[in-house]
Design a protein. Structure first.
Length: 87
């Protein structure tokens, strides 16, 4: 657990360095495959936007509820921590 008051950008980046590198390599791989293997062929990746919109709304609601629950837990812990008696 990190107990200091503040942490900077680079500290946060160090915590999430490996997922960032994996996702960047994955994106580069997909870009390479599309640009160099399928770009000159008649290959169409387009999909309909309506299902993506519905899934996006569902994900937004899910993340909103998760964020609200997380904030409530954090606020409850802050109240308990502030209510402790000093020795």
């Amino acid at each position: 657990m990190y107990t200091k008051r503040r942490y900077g950008f680079w500290m946060t980046f160090n915590w999430s360095k490996m997922p960032f590198i994996y996702s960047a390599l994955y994106a580069l791989l997909l870009t390479f495959v599309f640009e160099y293997l399928y770009h000159n062929r008649n290959f169409d990746i387009s999909i309909n936007w309506q299902p993506l919109g519905v899934m996006g709304i569902a994900v937004a609601f899910y993340l909103g509820f998760k964020n609200n629950a997380s904030y409530d837990r954090t606020w409850e812990a802050r109240k308990i921590w502030g209510d402790r008696k000093q020795f």
